[in-house]
Design a protein around this ligand. Structure first.
Ligand code: NAD
Ligand code: UDP
Ligand code: UDP
Length: 319
């Protein structure tokens, strides 16, 4: 339902040209808000937003969040950060800066404006978890000096900053721990498992199963995830999170490969590749808190969400 004019907000989305950010912007504009997208286009692309070209309620600003930003808005979603291992390991120092300096700048902005700010944190704060499924009370098992640390520790430090601004300056914060999410507009070259497998299946190439494919993940369709982020932003004042957002149905990577082969009617073979360092063996969110506090539940099963995702890559590969 479109919102009434009097509830229209000016919403800043950092990282808005990326996969999740662009879907979030679609939903916020649909709800009648004004949106300012701030993105340095490192992994995002203006193509993800070209359908809003000419919309007077949408603005794009090319800017790196590691530098200060002075704008006037009512609400901030902080999503800027490369999310896939290939991208965040490309320039690990910049990745940490984006999480840490980016958080400081956006928190400073929220403090000056007295507005709510939501952080897109990640299940990676749990590292290679020793408890399963992961609850928000679990402190995690993260290697501080490995190749994934720039992302994991950067995101952990950003959470620390959010909670210190909350305690020290009374800022209204919302922290979402996002688990693996998939859907149209995933970057085709980001090496994530869903996009890799779909592209390989569509091209008839070998499906690259890392390790023996017995490691698990749980995959949330992007539309469900965006609903969760917005419910969290709109949740009552006292609720800060961190709150897990993800789909708790768990699959092995081998099962995922088989589902994608079936969906694409592909004859691609499975080929084994070495397991990357520090690759978590299993991951599945406990979403009891999100269910209780936000009334949120993911609704779209993997089999269903793979259809529009596959259709997106089919179109893009032939474009
Ligand atoms: P993405 O790479 O598609 O989007 C990130 C966006 O941030 C891109 O548009 C990129 O250009 C921009 N960006 C990167 N560094 C920036 C900087 N210094 N200044 C301004 N913009 C910058 O990734 P995504 O999957 O859409 O992830 C969005 C957010 O959600 C990230 O913070 C990520 O850590 C988090 N997240 C995503 C997932 C997932 O499964 N996709 C899971 C957990 C957390
Ligand atoms: N900041 C910003 N926009 C603003 C206000 C602050 O980018 O509208 C940045 C500024 O660069 C500052 C950071 O946010 O370094 C943290 O701000 P805060 O007020 O918390 O700290 P201080 O300015 O005292 O260092
Ligand atoms: N993976 C795989 N083949 C690929 C890409 C990834 O088997 O071509 C595995 C990877 O080792 C990991 C899982 O799929 O166990 C999810 O990887 P992704 O990079 O998508 O996400 P993350 O490891 O950050 O959860």
């Amino acid at each position: 339902m479109p919102r009434l004019y009097d509830s229209r907000k000016r919403v800043l989305v950092t990282g808005g040209a990326g996969f999740l950010g662009s879907h979030l912007i679609d939903r916020l504009l649909e709800q009648g808000h004004d949106v300012l997208c701030v993105d340095n286009l490192f992994t995002g692309t203006k193509r993800n937003l070209e359908h809003h070209h000419g919309n007077p309620r949408f603005e794009f600003l090319r800017h790196d969040v590691t530098f200060p930003l002075y704008v006037e808005v009512d609400e901030i979603y902080n999503l800027a950060c490369p999310a896939s291992p290939i991208h965040y390991q490309h320039d690990p120092v910049q990745t940490t800066k984006t999480s840490v300096h980016g958080a400081i700048n956006m928190l400073g902005l929220a403090k000056r404006l007295g507005c709510r700010i939501l952080q897109a944190s990640t299940s990676e704060v749990y590292g290679d978890p020793s408890i399963h499924p992961q609850q928000e009370s679990y402190w995690g098992n993260v290697n501080p000096i490995g190749p994934r640390s720039c992302y994991d520790e950067g995101k952990r430090c950003a959470e620390t900053l959010f909670f210190d601004y909350h305690r020290q300056h009374g800022l209204e914060i919302k922290v979402a721990r996002i688990f693996n999410t998939y859907g149209p507009r995933m970057h085709p070259a980001d090496g994530r498992v869903v996009s890799n497998f779909i592209i390989q299946a569509l091209k008839g190439e070998g499906i690259t199963l890392y390790g023996d494919g017995s490691q698990t993940r749980s995959f949330c369709y992007v539309d469900d995830l965006i609903g969760g982020l917005i419910s969290l932003m709109e949740s009552p004042d006292g609720f800060t999170g961190p709150v897990n957002l993800g789909n708790p149905t768990e699959f092995t990577m081998k099962e995922l490969a088989q589902l994608i082969i079936a969906e694409t009617s592909s004859s691609s073979p499975l080929v084994n590749r070495p397991l990357p360092q520090d690759d978590p063996k299993q991951r599945k969110p406990d979403i009891t808190l999100a269910q209780k506090q936000l009334g949120w539940n993911p609704k779209i099963p993997l089999e269903e969400g793979l259809k529009p995702t596959t259709a997106y890559f089919r179109t893009n590969l032939s474009a």
